[in-house]
Every structure is written in structure tokens, then in C-alpha cells.
Ligand binder design. Sequence first.
Ligand code: AMP
Length: 597
Amino acid sequence: MNPFLELGIRHEIVNAITELGFEKPSPIQEKAIPVLLTGNDDFVGLAQTGTGKTAAFGLPLLEQLDFSFNQPQALVLCPTRELCLQIAKDLEKYAKNLDNVHVVAVYGGANIGDQLRQIRRGVQIVVATPGRMLDIIGRNAIDFSQVKYVVLDEADEMLNMGFQEDINNILSETPADKKTWLFSATMPREVRRIAQNYMTDPVELTVGTKNTGNENIEHQYFLIKAKDKYAAFKRIVDYYPEIFGIVFCRTKIETQEIAEALIKDGYNADSLHGDLSQQQRDKVMKRYRERNLQLLIATDVAARGIDVNDVTHVINYSLPDEVENYTHRSGRTARAGKTGISISLINVKEMSKIRHIEKIIGKSFERKQVPQGTEVCEKQLFALVDKVHNVEVQEDQINAFLPQILESLQDLTKEEVVKRFASLEFNRFLNYYKDAPDLNIEARESSRGDRDRDRDGGGRRTSKGFTRLFINLGSVDEFSRGEMLGFICNNSKISGKSIGKIDLKGVFTFFEVEDGEVNKVFQGFQGVNYNGRGVRIEVSGEGRSDRGSSNGRSRGGRSSDRNSGGGRGDRRDRGRSNGGGGFRDFSGKRRESKSRY
Ligand code: AMP
């Protein structure tokens, strides 16, 4: 017996979804459908996008609404126009064999007159984005008095997008005894609050672990220098000739720049961001869906609700500011039981962000090496060979030319012909990657390390008149050297001029302070916490400028002899121009946001 029938879904619907290729329920469907079919409970389902949520709530809705009368009985709220259209379309497909089912999609950026007309004609299911829904409610154009079910789909995204107030207002228009079904990929406090405020004893279901990304996603990161990012990105893309990816940037400008650079470099790419008109967005999405684009470069907001199956890679060209967005981004791949790869391009400072994401999603990232030029060439060569092997030959078209082609090539052996065909494409990559450097950070570091040593005269000597101090914060705490300078100056209330070399390490930093200012540093950092950790300052084992007195890592014996020092280069100037106040707020407390790194 068909497992959907066993769950209690009627034949007509099962036949329709079988045609869509649904053979057995996905995990969320298997768990949610029996609960929702009772129609007695509020419901909270924690599941990623692409797990089959639409049918999980859609099938029970179709089972329970009374289609013999034409009044709104179910309202589905979702964050974006794309998702709204998708859900409405899906519901219509599931209901294909049922009579008199009317679904309307209500979303912004489209003619409201058409939507109002459809509502007037009579609908039972309204799928809507919150803004347009409120607009229609405000016109008194809809009667929600018969609504039995409200579905909040991708609730976390709706709240991220600032729809909290709109949702409250819409819900207040629906009958008190309706049932509310909430689906969310993550469960931040705000979503939990909705559940508390609007639901009674909801049945809670989680597919996978809470906050955990889809199991079928492999999370990888590449450690590179910021300046090598674009080159490394292209190399990774070239390494996957069949890539069908979404590339996430943090800003519209970055999105545009990357897309333009890629187009110039001959890639099938385009950008999707908030400055595009709805028409332009639709056009880009159509090209992407139809696979005329291989790479879609998008901002988080623009990519919300993108529902394209078979995305092979999500590339975080820049990591998102909010950890939740990482889950949303990576959830664009590995949909409908497929596998996918989520790649992050990061520099050393961003390692702490990766660790933080790992904690939240409960999965480890694997560090990958940026492929060498030769590896890319090899990959491309074999992709080409595969293409030749699989190309569809249009016999009737090519046959007419075949004798002439064979004649032109008759002086070549089979091997020579093969070599030449392969070289047509292969040469391009060989030329491009000729002398391509290793972009992995160790390789870059070791060559730079030599240079630095030369410049520093071969050692880490403390400058004259300065004391070398240790602080238990470093690049993994997201400090650049400039930021560390600001942090020290702000807390110690000393000028940037008094700070010498700053040697930023992973979990700690050495920095030089004019001997006369050392006490201020110790005083300034007393009791300071950073990210919940006590900040610790010590005199570095290497000691002070008057080398020879070995203070070890103790706080005692600081010298008071003052020396003007010198030769500290531009950092000193930077400190001065910033006056100690122009840095990020590193007053020791750190921004407090649930979801930031
Ligand atoms: P959704 O999370 O509802 O957007 O679904 C993601 C994709 O999985 C869509 O393309 C659905 O058509 C597909 N899908 C949903 N349920 C099933 C199922 N039981 N079997 C096969 N495919 C499914």
C-alpha cells in the first residue's frame, strides 16, 4: 500500500503526488502529517528548507478544508514572493484531482487588482507575504472569519525580515479558535516567543537536530589571504566544471562587482540583489532555473526563498554577519534528498566564525586546499572528455558534412585527432594556469615569513624604550592589528603613539608599549572581560628593551626609564590619527547579539 495512503491521505491526492515523484513521505511529512490530520493541535515543526515542508502542511490542509464553500479557510504566510508562488503552485498540483479547490497567491510587487479579483471570486486557501496581506486586510477586501488553519512558513526568515508586527496584526484578524502551524529552520528566541504568544500547547517536532543543517550538506572552508580571494574562488569554480551554484556576498556592491568580474572572465554568472526591479529579478531567476546561468551571485535578502533544486554548491564568498543566515544559505543546496557542498572562503581572522558556526549547526567543517593550477587543468580536461563522450550527435545534421570532415582530417591518426579536439579547450586552461601560484595560506605565509624576517632584521627584538607585553586575545578573536591597537588604547587610555610593534597571533598577541606607559596598560585592563573571558596582560618572556633583566611572565619589575623609541612606521601614525577613539567599539564588552559571531 502506498505509504501516503497509510498516513491517511486520500487516493486523489496520492495519485497527484505520485505523478510528482513522491514515492514515500519525507521525514517531516511522516512525522507531521498524522499530527496535522487530526486538526486538533497547534504545531511547531523545526525543519530546513527543501525537506518537503510544503506537502507536510499542504496535504493535511487539503484533507481538512471544505471545498464545497468558497471562503478563506486556510492562510499560509511566508517570507518571499518566490516562496509564495511556489507554495500556491505546489498546493494546486497536489489538489489537481480535487474539485473546486481555489488557491490564491497574494504578494507584493504584482498587480493588487488581479489578486483582489481572485479573492472576490472565492478562494479557500490564501498564500501570502505579510505586507501585501495587510494591505488587503486594510481594504476590507477579505473575510477571515472562517479561517481554521494559519501556517507560518519559514517563520525565522519572516522575523529576520522584520515582519513581526505585520504577523501580529494579521493573526489578530483570524478567529481565536483556529489552529496555528509554524515551520522554521531555526528556533531563535523571537520564533519561540510567537509560539508562546499565539499557540496553545503546540506539538513540537524536529527533523534532524535543532539548529542543525541538512545532513546531506558537506561544509568546507578554504583558508586564503583576502587579496587572493577572487583568484581562489575562480580556481574552485574551475575545479568543478559542472558546478550549478549560488554565491553569497555580504553587500549589493560586492555582489555586483563579483558578477561583473566573472562575466568579464567568461563565466555564466549574474547577480541578484535588492536594487533590481521585480522584473529584473524574475529574469535572472528564470535564467538560473533554466540553467542558462551557472553561478548566481546573491545577497542574503535577495536569495531568500529561492527554491531551485539541484544546486550543487553554495559558496560563501563572504561569511554572513548572522549565523542563522549561514543555515539559510547552505540550505539552498542538498534539497529533496540530494547532496550538496557549502564552501566558505575565509582568512585567518575568520576562523573563529567557522568554529562558532560549527557549534551552532552541530557539524564540523573540513578544511580544503585551494586546487593547484595543474589539478584544475586535469579536472577540466576530463570534464571535456566526458562531454565529448556524452554529446548528443544529431546524425541527420552532421552526416551531410561527415565526408568532408573526414577528408580534412585524413592525414591525422585517431590519437592525433583526439589530442587536437581536447586541446581546443584544454589550452585555454593550460595558458591561464601556467605559472599559477599556490594560493593556500601556508604557502603564502612561508614566502612572506621570509620577507618579514629579512625586514625585521631576523628577530623579534623589543624596540628600545619599549616593553613587550602579552595579551590573551588574538586573530581568532577577530582582531586585526589596527583593531588591537584601538582596543589597547581605549582600555589603557594611552595614545597610539605609545604602542610599538604589534605581533598578532592566533589566540594571543605580543605588543610593545613605551616603558613609561606600561602601568597604565595593567591598570586599564584590570577586570576587563572580552566575550566572557577575563583579559590577561603579562610582560612577555622576552622582556623589555633593557634586555637582560628577565621578568618572565610576571607583572613585577617594570622599568620606568623612558625612551622616545622610534622607527615604528605607520602604525604609530594610524594610532595618532584615530586618537584612540575612532576604532570599533572594543571597550571590553563586545556587541551582544544572539546570533552574531
Ligand atoms: P519543500 O521543502 O516543500 O520546498 O520541498 C522540496 C522539494 O522536495 C520539492 O521539489 C518537492 O517537490 C520535493 N518533495 C517533497 N516531498 C517529497 C517526497 N515525499 N518525495 C519526493 N520529493 C519530495
